[in-house]
Ligand binder design. Structure first.
Ligand code: C5P
Length: 229
């Protein structure tokens, strides 16, 4: 069965406060988007890619896509809408049991080892799952006024990373249900959880950073350099 990759890259990245969406900022001389796609291609050269881009996006260069089988899909208002568009675009070709891995364009530091391990685990899992890392900091919930209301026990808490991977049919149903219900889902797993299923947590590296804030770009450069040693 073919492996499908969905890369949502239609966000504006406003938290970066940069002059362009974060996927087009330079990371070690190459755009973040090119680096992320290169990592995915290294792990899965034969996969089929759906890249979700803002239809108004004029910065994108197809030369950054190393995959032989790929298509550009219009992004939606929210991340979940972008991913749903991608699933709709491959409807005629994808089988319900095909595995779909969804990976943030803003995570260029994911390693090929983590990608391959996730794929191996999910290939044998009927639900699907995600890369995740145990929480290291103590977690506080605020009272809405700048003071601590409670300390959340961190044992058993994980950071949800990407890729997140599910069977095509399940993911499509989950995202459709979430959009219909109008609930905000910030990842694929939470949409699947809302259907009553329990995605598998696959322990991944903590340096699978999501570039979000300006300081993250320098951190990502250090991570990539350290990984190359
Ligand atoms: O903003 P955030 O970092 O949470 O976005 C996660 C991913 O979803 C990014 O890769 C971003 O480009 C993508 N996205 C999208 N369509 C949107 C909003 C975000 O593809 N409407």
């Amino acid at each position: 069965a073919p492996l499908w990759l969905v890369v949502p890259a239609a966000g504006q990245g406003r938290r970066m406060g940069a002059d362009r969406p974060k996927q087009y900022l330079a990371l070690g001389g190459r755009p973040v988007l090119a680096r992320t796609l290169a990592r995915l291609h290294e792990a899965f050269p034969g996969a089929r890619l759906c890249l979700c881009l803002d239809p108004q996006d004029a910065r994108f260069d197809p030369a950054w896509v190393p995959f032989a089988h790929w298509r550009r899909v219009g992004g939606g208002a929210e991340r979940v809408d972008s991913v749903a568009n991608a699933l709709a675009a491959i409807r005629a070709e994808a089988g319900d049991d095909d595995l779909v891995l969804v990976h943030d364009v803003a995570r260029p530091c994911v390693t090929t080892a983590d990608l391959r391990r996730l794929h191996a685990v999910l290939s044998a899992d009927s639900v699907g799952g995600l890369l995740a890392a145990p929480v290291a900091d103590t977690m506080k919930r605020d009272d809405g006024a700048g003071r601590v209301a409670t300390t959340e026990p961190r044992a058993g808490l994980w950071h949800a990373l990407t890729p997140q991977g599910f069977r095509y049919g399940l993911l499509r149903r989950a995202l459709a249900a979430a959009r219909e219900a109008g609930v905000t889902v910030t990842d694929e797993a939470s949409a699947v959880e809302a259907l009553g299923a329990s995605p598998r947590l696959v322990a991944g590296r903590r340096d699978n950073l999501k570039i979000t804030h300006p300081e993250d770009l320098a951190l990502a450069e250090l991570i990539l350099a350290a990984q190359a040693r």
